[in-house]
Write a protein that binds this ligand. Structure first.
Ligand SMILES: Nc1ncnc2c1ncn2[C@@H]1O[C@H](COP(=O)(O)OP(=O)(O)O)[C@@H](O)[C@H]1O
Length: 397
């Protein structure tokens, strides 16, 4: 049996990926080809990196026409770093008698000898390469010649399908047509789930105008002004840090939507939400509104974007590995225009110069004020503090 292995971020899967897969199946006579999306790092925002389950689902949709293509969640479910050699070893165990083929695009062949334990990979597989760019074949043949001394390399002569996931995401971000690069069901899936901050035909996915009316009618003047300021601050931070500004505006606007609800109503929403809530959050009534707010906008306004929901859910307590949008709402809430606590100017400056340092400072500030009041620290807050402490230490190395 001839088994192919094809890994990538598939963020999202596009026609170039499927072209490579189908070319390899046909040209190299594969019986099965496994497509394996790699794990999302917790620090990447979902505007730039779709969640693991969504990338898996898009791959299933895009490969459904070809019965030789299979989608594997092996790398996503594994608790180890996704090194290709581990995946190859896994397939070797699964199919001890099969001949294994590892598929890569041209860019990957050219950097292949920098991969972790690449020689061992070549002992176990035949490396199959398909061109990505017009005119890259001579370079590929040369590299294949060099690596051919260690292992077996096959280079397809098929013309490339020139497209990259980065280009697709850029088109989506600029609200330009991206549908020609993807399977039609993948396009539909992206729209349905609001992935990569996709918008409707020239429309904002989440329109803030009717939400402003709602907030004005339901919040005190002071809270409404704060919400508007946080929204504006989040938009600015998003522009600075490459997040979708309108999405950040929307999340910032709604972060305190439940803050002025009576305690019993907030608590009822928290209990109904199904979110995992720690004991410390349950014990502290000022922490209920974030959880209640996320659930409320999902239930009442149909907001499905998990990143928006999480940025509201965690805007007071924070957590480890926050997405960029979560960080923006967390910090935006602390440095909005009307804030006037002692070190606010220092915090504002930090927010726009070093987001990780601002996050650490904010966690420390929040924990100190809880301790001063004799409160308890939610576990996710302590984890958040530790996370940014380690992140900054590692950055300095
Ligand atoms: N248009 C394409 N044609 C051929 N191979 C491709 C193409 N796009 C990506 N690949 C290959 O697919 C694998 C996974 O790439 P991935 O990182 O998911 O995509 P992208 O480079 O588009 O972001 C890599 O080996 C890459 O070289």
């Amino acid at each position: 049996m001839r088994i192919g292995i094809y890994g990538g971020s598939f963020n999202p899967v596009h026609n170039g990926h499927i072209h490579l897969a189908e070319t390899a199946v046909a040209e190299f006579g594969l019986d099965r080809l496994y497509l394996l999306p790699s794990k999302k790092s917790p620090h990447r925002s979902s505007a730039e990196y779709a969640p693991d389950e969504d990338r898996l689902e898009m791959l299933r949709l895009a490969s459904r026409h070809n019965e030789k293509l299979f989608v594997s969640d092996y790398e996503i479910k594994s608790d180890r770093v996704s090194y290709t050699i581990y995946t190859v070893e896994h397939f070797r165990r699964e199919f001890p008698d099969a001949e294994l083929f590892l598929l890569v695009g041209s860019d990957m062949l050219l950097s292949f000898d920098t991969w972790y334990r690449y020689e061992q990979i070549l002992e176990n597989v035949t490396l199959c390469v398909v061109s990505r760019e017009k005119g890259d074949l001579p370079e590929l043949r040369k590299k294949a010649g060099e690596l051919g001394k260690i292992g077996k390399i096959l280079v397809s002569e098929t013309a490339p399908t020139v497209v990259s996931s980065t280009e697709v995401r850029k088109k989506i971000a600029k609200n330009k047509d991206f549908t020609c690069y993807l399977d039609e069901n993948v396009v539909q899936y992206i729209r349905l789930k609001g992935l990569y901050s996709v918008r409707g035909e020239g429309e904002l996915l989440y329109n803030p105008d009717d939400k402003k009316k709602y907030l004005k009618a339901h919040l005190s003047a002071k809270r409404f002004a704060h919400s508007m300021n946080v929204a504006a601050e989040c938009r600015k931070l998003a522009e600075k840090y490459g997040e979708d500004p309108e999405k950040a505006y929307f999340a910032g606007l709604l972060h305190d939507i439940c803050k002025e609800l009576p305690d019993d109503e907030q608590k009822a929403l928290v209990l109904e939400s199904g979110y995992t809530v720690c004991r410390e959050e349950m014990e502290t009534r000022s922490l209920w509104h974030g959880i209640a707010g996320a659930y409320y906008i999902k239930k009442e306004f149909g907001v499905e974007d998990i990143d928006i929901l999480n940025s509201i859910r965690f805007h007071t307590v924070g957590r480890a590995g926050m997405s960029r949008l979560e960080e923006i709402v967390y910090i935006g809430d602390l440095v909005s225009a009307e804030r006037d606590y002692k070190d606010v100017d220092k915090m504002r400056k930090l927010a726009y110069t070093d987001l990780n340092a601002a996050m650490l400072e904010a966690f420390a500030f929040s924990m100190k004020s809880v301790i001063k009041k004799g409160g308890v620290i939610p576990i996710c807050t302590a984890e958040g503090y530790n996370f940014y402490t380690r992140l900054i230490k590692e950055d300095k190395k």
